[in-house]
Design a protein. Structure first.
Lengths: 512, 315
């Protein structure tokens, strides 16, 4: 009897209990944790071994664990001391580094010249090293004192100090490498402010304070967590709700949203991250300079800036932003929007009725928006783009890999610490990002010249020369430097994004 | 009982060929798609020599069948290989992430049953009323709403405005089950919405069909109350339908975790395979596909057994 009534009463009771429990369950457990800095980013880490990484997004995960031999100024990218407290070119082929003393790796191994030699040799020769190319100019690495190491070069190379501010300069404990081999990727040991605790792949890296850190007064936090949240909207929401203190790598379109909340503020900084069209200029149609120039003239960079970066980006024709120490203002404004000129150049090149170009692009929303704008703009100049889309990693293989598909690829260039590296990798004969592999007259010499002097003013002149050459030759289509956007909780002090676009959390502290 | 054990045996025999077929098909798709993992593995500033070396080191230069065969051989020996991208053991990745996905999908299933069946019955009892019409409208809406959109609305209301639940993320269901439950609530609800709608409709129509049958007329003639007919006979009669629908729903819930885990930044199997697919990390993709396939087969097996027990006509 009465079974239905009985059952529904039980259901009611259960429902009542559940709704009573909900408020109890909530709130507890995720209040802001005093000294732990919690960061989120859409990007994930590919490896915690500096020499085996695959992605430019790794650096932010690596810097807390690994100090670099040389560091860089956050705003201009000029080299400054790191684990090497000084360096000197004895002559153009001999670079001598003087190291910090009384530095320990997290496992207690002393940091000394032998440890540096071990690391540099590993980066230079290991089968697993992805950065052997960084040492192309290095003939030998010698310990010339207990805290002194000397690199002997086969030709002048002034780019090395900044190369040593990148992966190549990240110092891993030799003891750990000898003990763990390939597993150092999963148990990284460095000299940095933070010791490694755990890594859940494509989820989160957890760090704790290194109590024996060599820099006076640092670190200012008890621990650090960097979590990957691929969706930028979710990443931003986690700072709004107080689950995270910093969200970096957000989109410009989120700035307005960030400004709506009191508890967070937007941090907008210029970066080397460049919207860029790669050209295969070893074969038709882009083996003709006039067609390359036509494409450069056919795009209205200012419109792109408004659409993609809400006007906060920096339209450009070169690969270094204005705030960079080696930037050349003339090269930066070389191309302005001029569809008539583009048409004329095409006609001269034998395409009076316009030209069809096969171009590869990325499939995300922001990229598609960009492609559609560009597609419409270049149409006015008679350039008909046929855009084919694939995911970033796939696109890399299609355009730069052996397949060599497409005439152009709209991706981006993330910049390198030393501009010589950028020019080498983008335009030198046979380098990866020069997908056609062809040689452009004057480019090899111009790159050599940028390495040929250790004086920054001299180098600046050399960079002005190569920028003019590359821009005039139109070896690529640089379009827009996009700003870095972070949402930072108001209790975070001292977060300083850098021009490289790979944040460091060095001097960050948390106010309660 | 022999009927059920025969069913069991048949299904277990199916597992092996289905797993091999599924992983083979997925592996073929990866190979057919354009792209070259070696160019990614070789780092940010690769040289052509480095790419060639990587291709050799990872066996990517080997012919298709040899690569697949090598993978299968290792799996047969209990080795799921390492992730191409970050050298983590694929088995470890799956073991840490599987409980998360199971918890979310499981919780969604519980919600579906706990809400869907009573709602369906309510619609039957109040057939033709405003409530019935409202439920059926809500049902259509529930099926039509995109999961990712609904999840954002739920997050805005329950996590951002009211602060009842965390906005995103997950903790280990093994180490902190209570907290994990709290993290799983909104994702599970977003997953469950469409399933609840579907189950409500199915229960309603199955029950109405049952109530219209001659069998029920006899029961009424015997003097049974409507409530007795509904609970004692009705539920038993439509149980096979309910369980079959639940099986289908469970399969779909597992699939939809790929979307929901990305929206909520949850480190489960769904987000693992999504990330792996983006970077061509075939060892991870293969491992997750294998586990998913086994889960689906086991689920279907459970459904079949349950149906066989409930309905003697099933063989």
């Amino acid at each position: 009897m009465n079974k239905p009534a009985h059952l529904s009463r039980r259901q009611l009771l259960a429902a009542g209990a559940a709704s009573a429990l909900l408020p109890l369950l909530s709130r507890g457990g995720f209040a802001a944790d005093g000294g732990i800095l919690r960061c989120v980013t859409p990007q994930s880490c590919s490896s915690l071994d500096p020499i085996t990484g695959k992605s430019g997004y790794d650096h932010a995960f690596l810097y807390p664990i690994f100090d670099t031999l040389v560091s860089f100024d956050a705003e201009t990218m000029k080299p400054i001391p790191g684990l090497a407290r000084a360096w000197e070119y004895v002559d153009l082929r001999t670079l001598k580094l003087t190291l910090q003393e009384n530095v320990l790796f997290h496992d207690g191994t002393p940091f000394d010249a032998e440890a540096v030699r071990f690391n540099l040799e590993r980066s230079r020769t290991s089968d697993r090293s992805n950065i052997r190319g960084d040492f192309a100019t290095v003939d030998s690495i010698e310990v010339t004192g207990s805290n002194e190491i000397t690199l002997r070069l086969n030709r002048p190379d002034a780019s090395l100090p900044l190369v040593l501010s990148d992966r190549a300069g990240m110092m891993v404990s030799p003891t750990a490498i000898e003990k763990l081999g390939e597993e150092t990727n999963l148990n990284p040991v460095g000299t940095g402010q933070m010791r490694f605790v755990s890594w859940a792949q494509s989820d989160e890296v957890v760090y704790e304070r290194n109590d024996r850190y060599w820099r006076e007064g640092l670190p200012l936090i008890q621990g650090l967590r960097i979590k990957t949240i691929t969706d930028v909207a979710t990443a931003l929401r986690s700072t709004v709700s107080g689950q995270a203190d910093i969200a970096y790598g957000l989109s410009e379109l989120q700035i307005k949203l960030i400004e709506r909340y009191e508890q967070i503020e937007a941090r907008i900084t210029s970066s080397l991250r460049l919207v860029y069209i790669y050209l295969n200029y070893a074969r038709p149609p882009f083996d003709d300079k006039r067609i390359r120039q036509a494409l450069n003239y056919a795009i209205d960079r200012e419109v792109l800036n408004q659409a993609l970066s809400v006007g906060l980006g920096e339209p450009t024709s070169t690969i270094l932003p204005k705030s960079h120490w080696a930037s050349d203002p003339e090269a930066a404004s070389y191309y302005s929007y001029n569809p008539e000129k583009a048409k004329q150049l095409l006609a001269e090149a034998g395409y009076p009725d316009g030209i069809d170009i096969h171009c590869l692009g990325l499939p995300d929303q922001s990229s598609i928006q960009m492609q559609e704008i560009i597609l419409e703009q270049v149409k006015k100049a008679g350039i008909r783009l046929n855009i084919e889309r694939s995911a970033a990693d796939v696109l890399l293989g299609r355009f730069f890999g052996p397949a060599k598909e497409g005439a152009a690829a709209m991706i981006s260039w993330s910049g390198r610490p030393d501009p010589s590296q950028s020019f080498q990798q983008l335009y030198a004969k046979g380098s990866f990002y020069n997908t056609g592999g062809g040689e452009t007259p004057g480019v090899e010499e111009a790159i050599e010249t940028t390495r040929g002097s250790v004086d920054l003013d001299e180098r600046k002149k050399a960079f002005a020369a190569i920028q003019k050459l590359v821009v005039e030759e139109a070896l690529s289509v640089p379009l827009l430097f996009r700003p870095d956007v972070s949402a930072v909780s108001t209790n975070v002090k001292g977060f300083l994004p850098n021009l490289l676009g790979k944040p460091k959390f060095d001097g960050v502290s948390l106010e309660s | 009982m022999t009927r059920i054990s025969r069913l069991l045996g048949l299904r277990i025999l199916q597992i092996l060929p289905v797993v091999i077929l599924a992983t083979f098909v997925v592996f073929s798709f990866q190979q057919l798609l354009p792209g070259d993992p070696a160019t990614v593995l070789a780092g940010e500033s690769p040289t052509p020599e480095r790419i060639a070396q990587v291709r050799e080191q990872f066996g990517l230069d080997k012919p298709f069948f040899q690569q697949y065969g090598a993978w299968l051989w290792r799996v047969v020996h209990g080795d799921f290989s390492k992730s191409l991208m970050n050298t983590a053991e694929v088995a470890d990745l799956i073991v840490t992430r599987l409980p998360v996905t199971l918890m979310i999908a499981g919780l969604a299933m519980v919600m579906t049953v706990a809400i869907g069946i009573p709602l369906g019955l309510m619609a039957v009892v109040k057939e033709g009323s405003i409530l019935d019409a409202a439920l059926s409208a809500l049902g259509s809406l529930g099926v039509a709403l995109p999961t990712f959109w609904l999840s954002m609305i739920l997050v805005t209301i329950f996590a951002m405005k009211l602060g009842f639940f965390p906005v995103s993320g997950m903790v280990s269901p093994v180490n902190q089950p209570l907290e994990a439950l709290q993290y799983a609530m909104l994702p599970a609800l977003s997953l469950a919405a469409a399933a609840i709608a579907e189950l409500t409709q199915q229960v309603r129509s199955a029950m109405l069909e049952f109530l219209a049958s001659q069998h029920v007329r006899t029961l009424r003639a015997k003097g049974m109350t409507e409530a007795q007919i509904l609970w004692r006979h009705g539920l038993k009669n439509i149980s096979v339908t309910i369980i079959t629908v639940m099986g289908l729903i469970a399969n779909r819930l597992l699939g939809t975790t790929v979307v929901i885990e990305s929206v909520f930044a949850i480190p489960g199997l769904g987000s693992l395979i999504a990330e792996a697919a983006r970077s061509n990390d075939y060892t991870v993709i293969q491992g997750v596909v294998l586990v998913m396939v086994v889960m689906v087969i086991v689920l279907n097996l459970l459904v079949d057994i349950a149906c066989a027990i409930l309905d003697p006509r099933v063989s």
